[in-house]
Design a protein around this ligand. Sequence first.
Ligand SMILES: Cc1ncc(COP(=O)(O)O)c(C=O)c1O
Length: 507
Amino acid sequence: MASSQLFNSFLSYSSLVNSHSTSTVHHYMPKLVIKCNNTPIAVNNISPPPPSPSNINFSAKYVPFNSISTNTSTTESYSLDEIVYRSQAGGLLDIQHDMEALKQFDREYWKTVFDSRTGTTKWPYGSGEWSKKEWVLPEIDNDDIVSAFEGNSNLFWAERFGKKILEMNDLWVKHCGISHTGSFKDLGMTVLVSQVNRLRKMNVPLVGVGCASTGDTSAALSAYCAAADIPSIVFLPANKISMAQLVQPIANGSFVLSIDTDFDGCMKLIREITSELPIYLANSLNSLRLEGQKTAAIEILQQFDWEVPDWVIVPGGNLGNIYAFYKGFKMCQELGLVDRIPRLVCAQATNANPLFLYYKSGWKEFRPLKASTTFASAIQIGDPVSIDRAVYALKNSNGIVEEATEEELMDAMALADSTGMFICPHTGVALTALIKLRNSGIIGSTDKTVVVSTAHGLKFTQSKIDYQSREIKDMACKYANPPVKVKAEFGSVMDVLKKYLSNTRLH
Ligand SMILES: Cc1ncc(COP(=O)(O)O)c(C=O)c1O
């Protein structure tokens, strides 16, 4: 057991769990109880956690992303209660926290606060994400939060995959897709829908929330909006998402438009529509989403007891998530919880690889492209909205971009599944990047490496069925494991089993 977990199981700072009912931290006297065999044996006279100045107001605001990426000061900023998606110059926005306020608490304070809240039933702090509320959306009232207790996702030690395929002993898969709607999008959507909920309570005239989606964003948006009784409208590219993804917004009561175009076409339309109608834009152009998604990075560090992995590999499409990971890691470094950040790898499907081509050109020229069909359908994007954010994240983390062909990503997915996982094709893209970087020696055998799994494999069963039944044109499907047809009689079953068992090891 990691030392801080051990520590926490003996010491319960009950006041810490309960002290933050608003964004203001009040001076508290910690009720420190030492437990032995669950019996309290000593109370008080033990130094409290680091001092907490009273009445600290944590806050955050929108600023032009450009001012962050060029490290220049700006007078342009917007309250999070304003409806604004772009800077005056038409560029991306970012959310800037009052770091000086957060820095008034030292790293041990934040670690203890996060550890003491995570996984509890205390609203809303038991959510892996809202356990870090002051770092995410500090000013929102707890009553306005719309949460399904997202986060706290499994950081899976991929022991067999690592050892068998890559000679790695320190390989981990962060299962962000084992979540309320089956993808990491829940992390961003809880923040965005909570903020919309707050705005509507403030009588800001918003009739609903809308998004263009390759499937997972619409699933998350519809669920969180339905929970808060907020109308949601989703634009989906016709015939380009899985049935499981399509049924999610339908079941959750969204107004679903199936549009005869691709994701980039839907994105263009929703931007035009949201500038005309009082519909709040929920795509990751909206930086609120990334504030939630960044908590996956913080959670990885927390799960490793604040030991920094060497590599984190993220599949990328619209490219918000790769930046969100960078932001989460960087915030931990700036607030002193870690002393470095991991190297980031963004993995793209070869059929939708504008970032990869840009990287290969030495960051000389970015060219949006028409993405081709890919089994990794959620990243079939040729004109990513967050391209500038992704480039910034990669340049500042000594990052790398890799790509995966259809055959490579499907083989990687099947290999991973054969070791007990059940991953989505996008995670297959990330695993392909890992395999390539490991084979070229860039990722070493002892490097602590995290592959981010972005969606649940059960959303993509059709592609798995096609692969396992070797029904994909021009693909060998070399790791397929199709069922054996056998007559319903004892002799036939015995023959088949004997043949199978003769090739099977006892141990
Ligand atoms: C399953 C899955 N993986 C990866 C991504 C890519 O994330 P981003 O668009 O932020 O790059 C998405 C987003 O659509 C997704 O749904």
